[in-house]
Design a protein around this ligand. Sequence first.
Ligand code: ASP
Length: 903
Amino acid sequence: MFKPRRLWSQLWGLQGMYLCFFLHSQATGSSYPNHGHIPIGTLFNMDAEPVSRSALMYAISTNNELRKGGKGITFNMLSDDVDIDSNFAVTSKLCAQMSSGIFVMYGSTSQSTFKTLQAYSAKFNMPFITPDLSGTIHKEHQPQMLFAKPVYADAIVDLVKGLNWRRLDYVYDNSEGLLRVQHVYDRLKREQYGIEIGFRRIEQVESAHEDLRRLDYLDREKMRNIVLDLSSLNAYAALLRQIPEVGMNRHGYNYILGTLDMLSLDVSRFLHGGVKVYGFQLVDVSRRQVQTFLEEWQELEPGIWPGAGTNLLQTDAALSVDMLHTIRAALTAMIKEQRDVFHYVFRRGKMYNMNKTIGIQCNSNPPLPWMHGEQIYRALKQVDFDGLTGHIQFDEFGQRANYSLDIITAGLDTGLAKIGKWHSRYGLLDNDQDLPVDPIYPQQNYTEWRKVVTTILEPPFLMLRGNVEEDGSPLIGNGRYEGYAKDLAMEIEKRLDIDYILDPVTDGEYGREVENGSWTGMIGQLVSGKADLAIGPLTITAARERVVDFTKPFMDIGISIMTLKPERQKAGLFSFMEPFSLSLWVSIVIAYVTISLTIFIVSRFSPYEMKEHAPYLDHFRYNFTLCNSFWFAMGALMLQGSDLCPRSIAGRIIGGVWWFFVLIIISSYTANLAAFLTVERMLQPVQSADDLVKQAEISYGILETGATRVFFEESNVTTYKMMWSYMSSASPPVMVSSLQQGVHRVQNSGGKYVFLLESSTNEYINNRLPCNTVKVGPNLNLEGFGIATPHGSDLKESVNYVTLKLKEDGTLHKMKQTWWEEKGECGVDTGNKESKKRSLSLNNVAGVFLLLIAGLVVAIGTGLIEAHYIKTQYLKYVSTLDSRCLQHEYSNGNGILNKYIQS
Ligand code: ASP
């Protein structure tokens, strides 16, 4: 059979052992020096569901998580499962825990062990908080005892009177019930209320058919009013199962259940037979505080947190949470009053009592009581705040004061419904009856409860960290998140000394007004009273300012353009060709050929170009042969010159203009070359909003709801108006429902989609992998993110002040650096610069080397061809000519030919 408690014990390896629950915190640099985790002792009934312990542990972990880094008191819990009816078991565990040092004890009690536990607490001055009602029957002074659970005996009396019952059977299952019925009886008698009461004790609640039948046979004809006062929820569940089985859910029967968890019981079989069931509900799930807690509680893994994972919060679990807050409130108040109150008794997680002994030793002689016990007990009795179980306050006897219970009924005519409430001071009240203003218990104007901070999961403002800490412990509460908004909330919390719980909006919206006048997103949470603060990338707008209050902006931003980062041009083999366009290269070649031909032709007709001593050979009569003309132009083009020189005026003019042409071309080439080889160009087709409007090829869009949309929708600037009319009617739609969607669209559109978003997110995304987006152009407007509070919130002024302080002392700047730059993944250089300088590499000029090699190869080839063919050609030629003439012509000039001839 599945036994949650056993599983729980195995999980933490604590069957009968101490459970030390440490959550990391360094208590340095705070107003809580050297305190570490304050140890509290706990004893739980081994037969009860482990939900109370689970809730207490959860409360401790969330508390410790919130106060990481020495921002307040953190706790460490020693825990034992005991047989709560065994005096020996409870005292030995209590002594063991006290001897290792605890500040306060939280533990179950029973009628049989209550007196013993109380005696030990009194003797050693150990404040003892109990969620059980043993000991509350009579209002009497019980030193060191604090009773977490509201007493409901008087509520039963008032309800009996309210229902005008004149006869009732009081059914109970343990001695505590017997004491309570005595109290009920005494009070009714004292108030001279005429009533007949029968007492029935059921020994075995699990098999109570016989007892019930006996009850049923008494006065069968009369109306039967029964009060069930049982020891546990399981006992109620068992009896409620058996009552219909013996037919006691028929018309004429009325029940009052002495439970504070009426809504946790299954009363479905009492909704039809004409029977009426009344009961009490302590935890009011309609309260925001409870709902916020339940949202977290529901998400917890029941395997790790027994009893969690449901949307039901049992009284015992809620009490555990409230009592932890009570302890924290009391200790905090003591530290506030006297900063070093625990300085000498608590160091590095160890508690030192008088005479420097560690802990409180039960066997010390004479007994050494806990030196701060009395003071802590007094502080505990003075707390005053609203918790999960309603108002938390204690009277002089350590019992709950000033609390109310909802009265729930189940019946044919009403179904399951709340019919009113019972208040400890005012008795029965109708549903719509307000509590009278209480002159004795004025509400203190501080509450110990956490502020709900609505926010939005938007990197880097708020991001999920996953489910477990690096050391494997589960992440809970605010520990699940990280980001700029969390850090900001933490700073505010630290400076204002408030607690907060981050509550990301479920609709994923920032806030817009919908048709019925209500608001969505973070603004909606504030307007509906579900949150106290909104911290996130929430833009201050006029419309929002109407319904909430904004602080001064904590970040200045503006709407900006995000595009895909263009591919860098890779250095190619022929990068050296890039300074000129292809057409220019072609034009240069054409010019070169034309000039060469022109100079050749001009030389042909000009007698100045004729050689003096070449009367015989037409072929060698001119300096500017076709080949030489090309060579001359080439020499000039390469800035090398050649031996040839035009002598005709026409030739010189041509030479002159060609040299000038070359001068300009070469200087332009040289000037451009360096830039082209060392700078990687990035072509950006869109640089501004105007560029976007002027083109049709690239689509652009914004976030569907939010301040950016409002900006375009309401702008009177022509460009933005045009952009809005395009975006609002584009098909397929260009607006996106989340920033992530917009960014993905930019990244996957191959440069055909541009996203307009606030500069903060734009800059952040550009600094994240895959680093392929870029912010271009200036911001379109000037906006700011502000922290919002509901109208009339008392936090408004203080949060505004803290925001300005954080701005002035550079905290906000540092936080921006942390989340935008230090956590960047793209390196510092990439930013939104369009190009980047670097030194020249072989890649950039490899083409020139190739050209050189090619030239050499061609030259060698040509050389070889010359060696073979030209030789034979010349020999053939020579043989046909007058050898003397030839000799005359070349004897001084051409050694090679001479050599050939002679050979
Ligand atoms: N930060 C914006 C807002 O508060 C969201 C946006 O429109 O980009 O609505």
